[in-house]
Every structure is written in C-alpha cells, then in structure tokens.
Design a protein around this ligand. Structure first.
Ligand SMILES: Cc1cc2nc3c(=O)[nH]c(=O)nc-3n(C[C@H](O)[C@H](O)[C@H](O)COP(=O)(O)O)c2cc1C
Length: 170
C-alpha cells in the first residue's frame, strides 16, 4: 500500500477476527518499530511481543480502556526509557511505524491509553527501569464493520499559508 493511502485510510480497530498472524508478519511489524528514528539515535525503546492466547486474555485485565486486547492475534507492550530526554516522542514514532506497517498488511490496531502498568510489569517480568508507553493490539479484522471515515478538523481550520491566519486552503 502506498504511504499516503496507508495514512489516509488508517483507522483504530477495536473488533478483530480469529485469524492468526504468522511469525513473519509479527516480525515485520516490530522491525518497523526498531527502525524508527530517535533524537541522538538513542533508541529509547524495547518491545515485548505477546502472542499466546492465555497471556492475551490476562493482558485484558490490565488494559482498562482496551479490553478487546483479549481477541487479537498479538500485542506489543511498548517500553520506553524514562531516562532518555525525548523518549515519548521517539517511542511514539516507533508506534506509528508499527501501526502503519501493520495496516499495510491488513492488520488493525488501536493505541490503548489506560493501563495498569504495574500489573503488566509484574505479570510479564518487565524490569522496573522501564516505563510502558502503551500496549498495542494487532489483528486482522472485518473491513466492512470498521468506520473508515475520518473525523478530523477541516483543512481550513488547521492550515495556514506563509503566515498564521491566511485561511486560503480549504
Ligand atoms: C495517545 C492515544 C491514546 C488513545 N487511547 C485509546 C484508548 O485507551 N482506547 C481506545 O479505544 N482508543 C484510544 N485511542 C484511539 C483514539 O480514540 C483514536 O485514534 C481517535 O478517536 C481517532 O480515531 P481513528 O484512529 O479511528 O482515526 C487513543 C489514541 C491515542 C493517539
């Protein structure tokens, strides 16, 4: 899928099919995260891949605003180093790389914001030096039930040409 098509069709997915992603597909998604750029090339991230059904079920206990994680093919716990200055920005770029790469292979995802981070750390043996940025679910989905219409501010509200306030782009 061409990059702009990927960006312009991307939607959050919260209902998933049973179909499993192959290890090659999983590997490509996390590889896209590993290859992200970062300030000073710090690469302040690590990724914990979860693809066992029982662990995904357990994960839903910790994903307060994303219980649907129990249905997905795999999930990635995105770790970020709190001692790295630009860690949230850097790691968010890794997230977007993974989400777009997955989308190009017909897998949906959704950022999960409300987490029991301590519970996840304990259950998945994550060392205390890490912070958890998010947990990303990944899975195939039924395209007919996903809302592709983007609810966004209009171009006129957010674009300015040459100086602020020139509302010439609609
Ligand atoms: C930082 C961040 C946190 C989010 N947290 C959640 C969440 O906890 N649960 C959820 O279902 N969606 C979550 N979302 C998804 C947003 O609700 C979604 O991206 C937004 O409504 C736009 O819809 P779209 O992604 O389908 O275009 C989050 C998105 C971001 C960027």
């Amino acid at each position: 899928m061409e990059v702009f098509e990927c960006v312009s069709t991307l939607s959050s997915v919260r209902m998933y099919d049973d179909k499993q992603a192959s290890m090659d597909v999983i590997r490509k998604v996390v590889e896209a995260g590993r290859l992200a750029p970062s300030a000073h090339n710090d690469q302040p991230w690590e990724f914990v891949i979860i693809n066992e059904k029982e662990r995904l079920k357990k994960m839903s206990e910790y994903c307060i605003s994303g219980r649907f994680i129990s249905e997905v093919s795999f999930a990635v716990v995105v770790l970020t180093d709190p001692n790295s200055k630009w860690q949230q920005i850097d790691t968010t770029r890794a997230v977007q790389n993974m989400v777009l790469t997955a989308w190009s292979m017909k897998l949906g995802s959704c950022w999960i914001g409300r987490l029991d981070k301590e519970g996840i750390k304990q259950f998945f043996n994550i060392p205390s030096k890490w912070d958890i940025l998010t947990v990303l679910p990944f899975g195939y989905f039924n395209e007919r039930i996903v809302q592709h219409k983007k609810m966004r501010k209009s171009p006129g509200e957010v674009f300015h040409l040459n100086e602020y306030g020139t509302k010439i782009i609609e």
